[in-house]
Each structure stands twice: as structure tokens, then as C-alpha cells.
Design a binder for this molecule. Structure first.
Ligand code: PLP
Length: 374
């Protein structure tokens, strides 16, 4: 076994190279800093990559979700059904529309929303369904689409995902991607909405920037936001898009190393990946069963930090966070999500990491497993 590390291994550092730096410099020299030609090119190239009619660039994945919900008609008093195993932004944007998030429990296999449980939650106030593609594994969209309600996907983890032969981005009313610093296309900040609906694209175009000028006058057709993307960030995203396949290959190798390296550790199990789909390999999430692994997730996370291995949690169930708990005290228990929320741990994964880095992480987990189960 390899000795413990002497330098900290980051959980998910971005893979930024000289090309990204040159692209930023070039943009700064161009004199055009805000939404402009680079953003337009990013939208065009992402539309082609995602097989989508339209891609609209916005300021964040959160803004993408917010504007997409508004664009499909979510209004105050409505309900939107979503997954509790997600970043809180997914539920916050429902609140920002004046609507209520209705949390639906997840499947024990991949921790994506359980389509079998959705129909019982649908009523006359239900305006949309918001599935999340956790870690890059597509949610089961066919039974969700079959319910006939607008579907807005949280595709923050799913830039490369394919569901049963169709790209995520090409399927639902809207798919919302994030360009946040840790994401598969990392620009630092930014978001994208992909849609095949002309009306959704037009609504988002009108909302992401309040002012749309066409000469000396300006006008507005809706009370918009300031949710546009800067060309400086679009320039980074364009280079990251050039590297998307190369980066995916590196993460695939890291997944393979983890799959093999952790296979014999009783009680430490990766989330299930469906072989019918393309997984975006955004996060390597394991579940730690305290009874078999000798210690719980929190003990492993603390001990890994002591071993200089950075980890993260995706995710704590949103309905259990203070604000949602206080706001909806009568929330019914969501047994699978709540159990999983105590077990999930995401291990280091990044095209910026070497194979040796990942082997260090595997050895650290193995060493702790040996200690905790002794
Ligand atoms: C599942 C999920 N949804 C939404 C978001 C929000 O994206 P952003 O940070 O770009 O606003 C994130 C991550 O940041 C996420 O992981």
C-alpha cells in the first residue's frame, strides 16, 4: 500500500490550461467583456453538442433553472415536484417562482427521483416536474414525460449524459446545465438552458436581460433579470468544450480505478450506473454502510481529511435543511433519501488529477476500512 500523502488532494479542482488562459486574455484584449460573440458561439456549439434547437447562456445553473421554470409557466401557488437529493438551488428556484417544491423520494440504486412515486403527488396545482440527473446518471425520464406535465431537468451534472440513446438536452421542455467551477464544463460560473421549444427560448431570451436595445431606443416586454453570461466566461467554456471528450476519458479511467480499487471493501458501494445510458461521470459517489464499513460516512470523511484527501457530500436531503424544515414542518418522511443522505460520500475526481492521485485516495479509503473494521 502507498504511504499517506504529504500534500492535500483537492476534491474536484478544475482542469484549466494555457488555452483557457489565452482565451481569457484574447477576450479581454477584444474589448468585449459582457455577453457577445463568444457567448453566441458557445450557444451555437452547445446546441449542436446537445442536439437541441436552442441553447441560452445565462449567469449560473441556478439562473438557468429559475428562468426555465418561469418560461414553462410556473407561477405563485403552483407546485413543482422534485428530488430531495440535490443542491438546494434546485428547490430554491421553485420558491423564487412563488411555487412550492414537492419532494418525491428517490430510488435506492442511483438516488434519482423515483418515477413510480410521482403520480401520487400530482394534483391540480402541479405545474412541472424537475428531475435531477445525480452525478451524471440520467433520471428515468420516459415515465416522467408520460405524465404529460412540463419537465424541466436539472442537468447540472449531465453535460455528456445520454438517456436511452437521446442526449440530455434534447428530450424535455428544458434542460439546465451549470458551468460552475467543479462541473464537467468549468467556466467558474455560468449556466445553459437547452430547449426545443421556441416559446421557452424566447421567454428566456427576454428574461435573462432586462434591456434589449436595437438602436437609440430600448424597450422591455417583461420585467427581466440580470442573468446573462459574460464573454470572458464563455471563452473559458468554449475551450472546456473542446476538451470535453478528453476530460471524460480521464474521468472514465478514474471511475475504473475506483471500481476495481474499492470492490473488496465491504460496506462501501458506488451508486448504480445504468448500462443503457451514458453516464456523465461527474461525481464518484459511494455509500458507506456504517454497520459493514466499521464507521459512518462522517467518520470516514473526517479521517480522509486527516489523510489529506478532499471529499464532498452529494447531497444532504434538501427537505431536512433548516430553512425547508422550518417552512414545511409537516413534510412527510422520505426514507430512501434520508438514509442515503447519511451514507453518501463523493471521492476526488477531476481531469486535473493523475492516476496516482486517485490511487492515493483509494489507498486512504482502504487503510481506513482496515482500521475501522479491525
Ligand atoms: C444538482 C445541481 N443543481 C444546481 C446547481 C446550481 O448550479 P450553479 O452553481 O451553476 O448555480 C448545482 C451546482 O452548483 C448542482 O450540483
Amino acid at each position: 500500500m502507498r504511504p499517506p500523502r504529504s500534500t492535500r488532494l483537492g476534491f474536484q479542482p478544475p482542469a484549466i490550461g494555457e488555452e483557457e488562459i489565452a482565451a481569457v486574455t484574447e477576450t479581454l484584449r477584444s474589448g468585449w467583456l459582457t455577453t457577445g460573440p463568444r457567448t453566441a458561439l458557445l450557444e451555437e456549439r452547445m446546441a449542436s453538442y446537445l442536439d437541441a434547437e436552442h441553447v441560452l447562456a445565462v449567469a449560473s445553473g441556478t439562473a438557468a433553472l429559475h428562468l426555465a421554470l418561469l418560461a414553462v409557466g410556473v407561477q405563485p401557488g403552483d407546485e413543482v415536484i422534485t428530488s430531495p437529493i440535490t443542491w438546494p438551488a434546485t428547490a430554491n428556484v421553485i420558491e423564487h417562482c412563488g411555487a412550492t417544491p414537492i419532494f418525491c423520494d428517490v430510488r435506492d440504486t442511483d438516488l434519482n427521483i423515483d418515477p413510480a412515486l410521482i403520480p401520487a403527488l400530482v394534483n391540480e396545482r402541479t405545474r412541472a416536474i424537475l428531475p435531477v440527473h445525480l452525478a451524471g446518471q440520467p433520471a428515468d425520464l420516459d415515465p416522467i414525460s408520460a405524465l404529460g406535465l412540463p419537465v424541466v431537468e436539472d442537468a447540472a451534472h449531465a453535460a455528456e449524459s445520454v438517456y436511452r440513446g437521446r442526449k440530455i438536452g434534447a428530450i424535455s421542455d428544458a434542460s439546465c446545465f451549470s458551468l460552475y467551477a467543479t462541473k464537467n464544463i468549468a467556466a467558474g460560473e455560468g449556466g445553459l438552458v437547452a430547449t426545443n421549444r421556441d416559446d421557452v427560448a424566447e421567454a428566456i431570451r427576454n428574461m435573462r436581460l432586462t434591456r434589449r436595445g436595437d438602436g437609440s431606443h430600448y424597450d422591455q416586454v417583461t420585467a427581466g433579470f440580470k442573468a446573462n453570461l459574460s464573454d470572458v466566461l464563455a471563452a473559458i467554456a468554449l475551450v472546456q468544450l473542446d476538451r470535453i471528450d478528453a476530460h471524460a476519458l480521464i474521468r472514465q479511467r478514474q471511475f475504473d480505478l475506483y471500481d476495481v480499487g474499492l470492490a473488496d471493501l465491504d460496506g462501501i458501494t458506488p451508486l448504480v450506473r445504468d448500462p443503457r445510458d451514458v453516464h456523465a461521470l461527474h461525481l464518484y459517489v459511494v455509500r458507506i454502510d456504517a454497520a459493514r464499513a466499521g464507521a459512518d460516512r462522517d467518520a470516514y470523511q473526517r479521517a480522509l481529511a486527516d489523510e489529506l484527501i478532499g471529499t464532498s457530500i452529494h447531497f444532504l436531503p434538501v427537505h431536512k435543511l433548516t430553512w425547508f424544515r422550518d417552512r414545511y414542518p409537516a413534510q412527510p418522511p422520505l426514507a430512501v433519501a434520508e438514509h442515503a443522505g447519511r451514507e453518501v460520500l463523493s471521492l476526488p475526481l477531476s481531469p486535473a488529477h493523475s492516476d496516482d492521485d486517485i490511487l492515493d485516495a483509494i489507498d486512504a479509503v482502504s487503510r481506513l476500512h482496515e482500521r475501522f473494521t479491525a
